[in-house]
Design a protein around this ligand. Structure first.
Ligand SMILES: [Zn+2]
Length: 73
């Protein structure tokens, strides 16, 4: 077992995952927001949140967490 703890940078959801089985847990993704790459869990990386741009839920979480709007992604 070589599991690492991955933490969603929007909701702080956590998951243990072995990086040998993929660089992020299944369904998780790295997204570039405002020029910075952040790690998102399977819920927040789901394409339904990103269809045509970040969803209102994503924008709200981002603002709460980082104190700024998503201006580009
Ligand atoms: Zn999340």
């Amino acid at each position: 077992m070589n599991e690492h703890e991955f933490i969603c940078q929007l909701c702080e959801g956590k998951q243990f995952h072995d990086p040998a089985k993929g660089h992020v847990p299944p369904g998780w993704a790295m997204k570039k927001i405002n020029g910075e790459v952040i790690l998102l869990c399977d819920v927040h990386a789901n394409p339904c949140h990103w269809f045509g741009g970040p969803s209102p839920a994503i924008k709200e979480l981002y603002k709460k967490k980082f104190g700024k709007e998503i201006t580009y992604h």
